[in-house]
Write a protein that binds this ligand. Structure first.
Ligand code: NAD
Ligand code: ZN
Length: 330
């Protein structure tokens, strides 16, 4: 069964507002847990999945099941991803990421959980970011569990595919480029340098489960927080929505800043429908925090976070035990 990738509201949801007052109040109280999604990175030039012009309108992301079942699917994935990496890896944090980092520096946040795999929160200077769906800057071997760096893999793929310069029709949020089957036909995939096994980016694919210990860590963060602030997520997938439900059930205010209605709106005290860069900069102004203080932020997006690459051998939990990411619960 293919994961369900979209969500259409079936109930009347309150319209979005432009009033930032409740969000200002929550931030000034402190203990805010940020849960971010693709929408916070669109102003950095990385498209989202489900917003206006989102990539799901023209592209179905790879599922874990397809990736593991077929060498042809892996060739298609790595060819597209290799090309997309050149653009994705150059993306820079925007004013929204920088404001979130500034809130953290000023002690207003209990944590940052992101569904994004782009490393832009860390590049903007946020610390202890939980990458719910992993990161494109790491690669894992599905056989021996060794982690390696994406930069190293990019070099190996470059060498194995001299002259691979197809023109891509566009870039997708999962870091791959739009290419036709003909364009990827001759692409050569490389395997694990330790055991010759299959390499996969260290991201949670659609149809794959978020590691349970990561979920438990986030649940703990929700328990320890005063409120939950959702930034740029449609909350279509259960892996993010579950924390909204948890917070609401515990009586903690859920505040959302997102253009479009989200699957969490009925649990939220408000949804602010302003562009995130503007909204977060305005919030920082109101709180008297210099949000655009780039001095504190390291440069470069995923590339900056790549220093975290763990080269040592490490076992990873078995993937794909349960279908979760991409499957909205009904
Ligand atoms: N940058 C990334 O790393 C990236 C990008 C896209 C998707 N993903 C993956 O997508 C899945 C989750 O989807 P999601 O909920 O994060 O994204 P989504 O595409 O489902 O929703 C993004 C939401 O952000 C809103 N939005 C877009 N730009 C905005 C802006 N500038 N200001 C205010 N709102 C804006 C849109 O209205 C949309 O509802 C996850 O699996 C995640 O790993 C990651
Ligand atoms: Zn291996």
């Amino acid at each position: 069964m293919r994961p369900t990738l979209s969500w259409t509201p079936t109930e009347d949801l309150p319209p979005g507002t432009t009033d930032l007052e409740p969000v200002t109040d929550a931030l000034s109280t402190g203990g805010v847990l940020v849960l971010s999604g693709a929408g916070i990175s669109t102003e950095s030039g990385i498209p989202d999945y489900r917003g206006e012009g989102g990539s799901l309108t023209r592209h179905t992301p790879m599922t874990y099941q397809d990736f593991t079942a077929s060498a042809q699917a892996r060739r298609r994935y790595w060819a597209r991803s290799h090309l997309g990496w050149r653009t994705f890896g150059r993306a820079r944090p925007n004013a929204g990421h920088r404001a979130v980092a500034a809130f953290g520096r000023h002690g207003l946040l209990s944590g940052v959980v992101t569904q994004n795999v782009d490393g832009l929160h860390q590049a903007a200077g946020s610390e202890a970011v939980v990458e719910l769906h992993g990161s494109l800057d790491r690669v894992v071997c599905l056989s021996c569990g060794t982690f390696s760096s994406r930069r190293q893999l990019a070099r190996r793929l470059e060498e194995a595919n001299m002259g691979f310069e197809p023109v891509a029709a566009g870039i997708n949020p999962d870091g791959d480029a739009d290419l036709t089957d003909d364009q990827v036909e001759d692409f050569r995939v490389v395997s694990c340098t330790v055991c010759g096994g299959t390499l996969k980016p260290d991201v949670v694919f659609f149809g794959e489960a978020v590691p349970p210990q990561r979920v438990e860590h986030c649940r703990k963060l929700v328990r320890e927080s005063a409120s939950l602030l959702v930034l740029g997520s449609s909350l279509t997938v259960m892996s993010g929505l579950r924390f909204v439900r948890q917070a609401a059930q515990a009586g903690k205010p859920v505040l959302i800043v997102n253009h479009d209605p989200t699957r969490g709106d009925r649990h939220a005290v408000t949804r602010v429908a302003l562009p995130l860069g503007t909204a977060l900069t305005t919030l920082a102004d109101r709180l008297g925090i210099p949000a655009d203080d780039e001095a504190a932020a390291p440069s470069g997006a995923v590339t900056a976070a790549r220093s975290r690459c763990r080269k040592e051998s490490k076992r990873v939990p078995a993937h794909g035990q349960a279908v979760e990411n991409g499957v909205p619960e009904v």
